[in-house]
Design a protein around this ligand. Structure first.
Ligand code: ATP
Length: 293
């Protein structure tokens, strides 16, 4: 059985002496899919780069199966697959050529490399497109090439940073299913600011804002945080601006009898408002800022 115990102890990262981009994070992770959620600038990419051993924490410690990765980065690197946010491909190469090149960089050669490249391309559903130029691939296909390259060494830890940016809804859905299929015994860390990216697949969720960990637990536990704070009622269309100004508006739907609004609030926002069951998106919004309203 694969060992994949990743532990963060008071992990902090500072780009300068000003505010820490990642501030005192504690997390214990094992097999499954962790959805790392946070708005832009929350510190997700900085954290991902530390986990991928691209940078070291300014303070604190990250261990992989008990080994400090700042001291012995190779202990993790040999088990790591990483798809960075700014992953680029060589447009003139075919998918097979590109992966063959990366396999060689990772020390695979000959028939073993060829078999692994083909296996990885078929795992991400690109078996039929293996000999097409990457320059002709769609955004979603390119991201799948990114996953295929991350899988070359059959990693126990797969880190994917904002993989669905720029994908259309169908590609996005396909990508989510792919990550679910790949999870198995691995630890997959998927960073995103889009809640629906992790809704169906994440076994646990971590939420970061301004460098701090605000939540870590199951999706159900996150949803429970917003219990009693989500309200719906129907208003006359001319009241929409006022409701939007007074409350955190999650959704609005035009109907024949007015506009059905869904807001986050501590107490009933209106005599007609009904308290409804929260969804993950509501809970994330509640946690990351609705309190400010
Ligand atoms: N190279 C850098 N030098 C200085 N500050 C940086 C650098 N990279 C990121 N930051 C700052 O660190 C904080 C965290 O950024 P980070 O990119 O990790 O967040 P993020 O959650 O990944 O957001 P995004 O989704 O926009 O990448 C931000 O305030 C950002 O401005």
């Amino acid at each position: 059985m694969t060992h994949c115990a990743l532990s963060l102890e008071s992990v902090t990262y500072r780009y300068s002496s000003r505010q820490a981009a990642v501030n005192g994070l504690d997390l214990d992770l094992g097999p499954g899919i962790l959805g790392l959620l946070g708005p832009n600038g929350a510190g997700k990419s900085t954290l991902m780069r530390m986990l991928a051993t691209m940078t070291r924490p300014s303070a604190g410690r990250i261990t992989w199966n008990g080994i400090d990765i700042a001291r012995e980065p190779d202990a993790l690197r040999t088990s790591l697959g990483y798809l960075p946010q700014d992953f680029g491909v060589y447009p003139a190469l075919s998918a097979r050529e590109f992966l063959g090149f990366l396999a060689a960089v990772k020390g695979l050669s000959g028939a073993k490399a060829r078999d692994r490249v083909d296996a990885c391309l078929s795992m991400v559903g690109l078996g039929d497109a293996a000999d097409r130029r990457l320059g002709d691939f769609s955004g979603g296909m390119r991201q799948r090439v990114g996953i295929a390259q991350a899988l070359l060494n059959d990693p126990a830890l797969l880190i994917v940073d904002e993989p669905t940016v720029g994908l259309d809804p169908e590609e996005r859905m396909r990508f989510r299913h792919l990550l679910t299929d790949l999870a198995g015994e691995r630890l997959v860390i998927l960073s995103t600011h889009i809640v629906s990216d992790v809704e169906a697949s994440a076994t646990s969720i971590a939420v970061m804002t301004t460098g701090e960990l605000r939540f870590h637990g199951t999706p159900e536990q996150l949803i429970a945080r917003a219990e009693g704070h989500v309200w719906e009622w129907t208003i006359a269309p001319e009241r929409l601006a006022e409701v939007r100004q007074r409350f955190k508006l999650c959704a609005s739907l035009r109907r024949p009898d007015g506009i059905r609004v869904r807001v986050l609030a501590d107490h009933a926002p209106d005599a007609d408002a009904q308290c409804v069951a929260p969804e993950l998106e509501d809970a994330y919004t509640w946690l990351t800022g609705a309190e400010a309203h």
